[in-house]
Design a protein around this ligand. Structure first.
Ligand SMILES: *Cc1c(COP(=O)(O)O)cnc(C)c1O
Length: 396
């Protein structure tokens, strides 16, 4: 089908919630995507930080093929070996004691908020308020948009669930002032993703951990975007040497199969009782098989040190560009979640790079974001940097 025809069908039958680019993606292989007209694109969007191992990774594809012939689904009424093994893999390789599987980032975050409430309910403690950061992004369900402190996501959907309050990201004193007798938890992203690729400082996260310890609060980290190797560790909080009480992950977990998880340690990991929380699809055998294969492949290879190395190589190149071009203010990020803050429209840059067969993302109103597959090599970075340079020269 021609792009125009697909676009026509979409406009007629799908709700118009996506500002889509004029591409019909047909296939992916490694770090490349192919459209319906046969054009090839270097994919530095990575399905929004999802395709950590790239497209059609042999091990993941084989695992899914094999599992699809055996069993797709039969509900959490029964046990599944692959779900139990994935649970062990994630717990043994993280700071968590227990895991719960869900389907999306927002759903994992909802679970985190419920778990925090259940913890205080168990203690007959009335604290319910969750403090979040300005410019956060935690998802699109009602509770997670309440936690997403950005008016553009919240305004048309009032009233939102209560008991969320916000503080500027990175300001420990403001956070300390905000904590009251009502406060139950602090929820943050280690690197704000949609909010503009802003890594927390080490002092900030360590400070939040100390405040939580001091005041007996739960520290929740949303690692939906930063988890599963994106920053050079399985979870970004390892880079910070800080242990959250609850954390979530999703995007890259299944390398494209929809699966997310909620992890917790210590007392709070035992807070839910049977019947408190559930999902029909969450952790189904097909999704778990894909996730097991993805996580196992990442841990079994030298991919995490590769992310450190290629991530600094890429970030250095972006910093050079920030010095070279006036409308570019700053390059920042962690591992392979990188951003370039620009004065001209990041959307124009994205469009112009697309015309040159390179796919990138934006974040907020002023940032071009890169979340490529973790398997990229230096020549892919060089290519993207060349195209970016060319684009910035044209636009200036
Ligand atoms: C993408 C994202 C979410 C939402 O995940 P969905 O799977 O779209 O529900 C939540 N938090 C962060 C940090 C994200 O990047």
């Amino acid at each position: 089908m021609q792009t125009d025809k697909v676009k026509e069908l979409d406009e007629k039958y799908h709700m118009g919630v996506y500002n889509r680019l004029p591409l019909v993606i047909k296939e992916g292989k490694g770090v490349y995507l192919y459209d319906s007209e046969g054009e090839k694109y270097l994919d530095f969007a990575g399905g929004i930080a999802v395709n950590a191992l790239g497209h059609d990774h042999p091990e993941v594809t084989e695992a899914i093929q094999e599992q699809s012939e055996k069993l797709l689904h039969s509900s959490n009424l029964y046990y599944f070996e692959i779900q139990a093994r994935l649970a062990r893999l994630l717990v043994e390789n993280s700071s968590a004691d227990k895991v719960f599987f869900a389907n999306s980032g927002a759903e994992a975050n909802e679970g985190a908020l419920k778990l925090a409430r259940r913890h205080f309910y168990n203690r007959e403690d009335d604290r319910r308020e969750v403090i979040v950061a300005e410019n956060s992004f935690h998802g699109r369900t009602l509770a997670t948009i309440a936690a997403t402190a950005q008016p553009k996501y919240q305004k048309p959907f009032q009233p939102l669930p209560p008991k969320f309050s916000e503080v500027p990201f990175g300001d420990l004193e403001a956070l300390e002032r905000k904590i009251s007798e009502e406060t139950a938890a602090i929820m943050l992203e280690p690197v704000q993703g949609e909010g503009g690729v802003k890594p927390a400082s080490r002092d900030y996260l360590a400070g939040v951990r100390s405040l939580c310890d001091e005041k007996d609060l739960l520290f929740i980290l949303d690692e939906v975007q930063t988890g599963i190797g994106r920053t050079g560790s399985l979870f970004a909080h390892e880079e910070y040497e800080v242990k959250p009480d609850i954390f979530t992950s999703a995007k890259a977990l299944g390398n494209g199969m929809p699966i997310s998880c909620l992890l917790a340690r210590g007392e709070v990991s035992e807070a839910f009782e049977a019947g408190d929380h559930a999902t029909t699809f969450g952790g189904n055998p097909l999704a778990c098989r894909a996730a097991y294969s993805t996580v196992n492949t990442i841990l079994d290879s030298d991919l995490l040190s590769h992310v450190d190395e290629i991530g600094s190589y890429f970030q250095n190149k972006l910093e050079e560009i920030a010095v070279e071009f006036d409308p570019v203010n700053q390059a920042r990020g962690m591992g392979l979640l990188l951003g370039l803050e620009v004065e001209n429209s990041p959307g124009d840059i994205l469009q112009s790079m697309l015309d040159k067969n390179v796919l990138v993302l934006t974040a907020g109103d002023s940032v071009v974001r890169f979340a490529p597959p973790l398997i990229i090599e230096k020549d892919h970075v060089d290519k993207v940097v060349d195209v970016l340079r060319e684009t910035l020269s044209e636009l200036s």
